[in-house]
Design a protein around this ligand. Structure first.
Ligand code: PAF
Length: 278
């Protein structure tokens, strides 16, 4: 497994790999890897001949008051995990390598970047699409794998790929959960023991919706109210609970097959997201 920090070196390597006709797979990450990331790496490993994982905490997707500086980092541990998964190349550029001092170019999926998470994180998705497009240009993957925990992110990236005619096949992998149901996230480490116990209510509220839907519940308003009550009772501060169409991200009044229920909830200062598609 090679660890590459320079854009031009990475580009030269992938050009050689391409010439050999290998399918190139990419799993973009911000590091501090957990089983959720590894599940994406395993999906990609099965589908490609040359597997790249990028590890880059991308400053342009963090707002000025967000956790860019505190975001957990442990490159040594990440590398040892990736070595065991048979990854061929880890791309781990510095911020300076990715963004020059006068960086001014961004790509944005305009409307969708304002919805759901974008309402409280206005520059977040612009930063994500910009860095992902840069990775696609530098690393020339045939396939790229993203997690469905970040449902909106994956939807936005697919839209960018479609609308900019990129030749990358975007694949998504399922949400990987802790034993009690909490979705795995690098940010779970910020939770104190009490918050960690209470945070399970996020996945419990989604399970409640799934069951309520099976039993015939259809009214979005009622469902959101019940979920909000469950979450507040356990000390969560709701950023949003959205009930939308999974393809258009447009709000729906009635639950139906293909409805996406997505939410973001703060426990203390830690913002956690999760979702389910009915
Ligand atoms: O999901 C993430 O970890 C990041 O948003 C991504 C896709 C690696 C871009 O920085």
């Amino acid at each position: 497994m090679r660890l590459i920090k320079k854009v031009d070196v990475a580009s030269r390597i992938v050009a050689r790999v391409r010439k050999r006709g290998k399918v190139i797979g990419l799993v973009p990450t911000m590091g501090y890897l957990h089983e959720g990331h590894l599940s994406l790496v395993r999906i990609a490993r099965k589908k490609c001949g040359y597997l790249i994982v990028s590890i880059f905490v991308n400053p342009t997707q963090f707002g000025p008051k967000e956790d860019f500086r505190q975001y957990p980092r442990d490159l040594k541990k990440d590398l040892s995990m990736l070595r065991k998964e048979g990854v061929d190349l880890v791309f781990n550029p510095s911020v300076r390598e990715m963004y020059g001092p006068d960086h001014q170019t961004y790509v944005e999926v305009v409307d969708w970047s304002r919805l759901l998470c974008g309402a409280s994180r206005p520059i977040h998705f612009r930063g994500v699409t910009t860095v992902v497009l840069k990775f696609f240009n530098i690393l020339q993957p045939d396939i790229a794998v993203f997690g469905r925990k970040d449902y909106q992110q994956a939807a936005i990236i697919r839209k960018m790929v479609r609308e900019l005619n990129l030749k990358v096949n975007v694949i998504t992998g399922p949400v990987v959960r802790e034993k009690d149901g909490l979705a795995m996230s690098s940010r779970n480490i910020y939770l104190n023991p009490g918050q960690r116990q209470n945070a399970v209510v996020i996945s419990e509220s989604l399970e409640w919706v799934r069951q309520a839907y099976k039993k015939g519940a259809r009214q979005t308003k009622e469902v959101r109210t019940r979920m909000a009550r469950m979450i507040r009772n356990r000390g969560g501060r709701i950023d949003y609970i959205a009930v939308v169409d999974k393809d258009t991200l447009e709000p729906v009044k009635k639950l139906k097959k293909g409805t996406l229920v997505a939410l973001a909830v703060f426990f203390g200062r830690t913002r956690l997201i999760d979702n389910t598609v009915l």
